[in-house]
Design a protein around this ligand. Structure first.
Ligand code: VGL
Ligand code: ZN
Length: 204
């Protein structure tokens, strides 16, 4: 079988209960992912890593509130509470996640002007993170995506993976979703399916 990599997306305190951008049940993925990592020859993780005042923060746009949608440099941007500010405790990867099998941690969202949901490139689809090159050099043809959040960073990573020539799956039980705005999760999953992303409802 072709070589598979596990991509562990944004399992960070700010996406866990009590975090700044808490995703319901976010911390529940930790033990599920720990059980998966030994089964993959390559495991990489991503870390949302924003400078203070990042353009995705509602606080950077006076008069707006989190979860409002604006147009930012010509693309749709959901505004978020301040989260995953580089170097803060909320930006740390959950201490329960076993990082020993993780070969590389890719940080993203570091450009103050543009958001970066995907593990592969920013939301303008202009600046790659380098992950595609790393995976290709390691002869990975197929990626399995788990982590947070299903409907934003996991989804964007799967979409880009397919577009960049990888086969992609999301293993849904090891993800949790933001679930906003209404209907976004369902639309996103339908779109991913139509692009050929395999959405698994169980964990093997
Ligand atoms: C994420 C919103 C903002 C995610 C990151 O990891 O899904 N969502 N930044
Ligand atoms: Zn973010």
């Amino acid at each position: 079988m072709e070589k598979r990599a596990l991509i562990v997306v944004d399992v960070q305190y700010d996406f866990c209960p009590a975090g700044a951008l808490a995703v319901r049940g976010g911390d529940e993925v930790v033990s599920l992912i720990n059980a998966l990592t030994p089964r993959f020859p390559i495991v990489v993780a991503t870390q949302d890593w924003h400078p203070p005042g990042h353009a995705s923060f509602a606080s950077s746009h006076p008069g707006t509130k989190p979860l409002e949608v604006i147009e930012l440099d010509g693309i749709r941007q959901v505004l978020w509470p301040d989260h995953c500010v580089a170097g803060t405790p909320g930006a740390e990867i959950h201490a329960g996640l076993d990082l020993r099998p993780v070969r590389a941690i890719v940080r993203k969202g570091t450009d103050p002007r543009v958001d970066s949901y995907s593990a592969f490139r920013d939301n303008h689809r202009e600046h790659p993170t380098g992950l595609a090159g790393l995976l290709r050099e390691l002869a990975v043809a197929h990626v399995v995506i788990v982590g947070l959040a299903t409907d934003y960073c996991a989804a964007a990573s799967a979409r880009d993976a397919v577009e960049m020539g990888f086969a992609a799956e999301i293993w849904l039980p090891a993800t949790r979703a933001v679930g906003a705005p209404p209907g976004h999760l369902e639309r996103t999953l339908a779109e991913l399916r139509s692009l050929g992303v395999v959405l698994r409802d169980d964990l093997p």
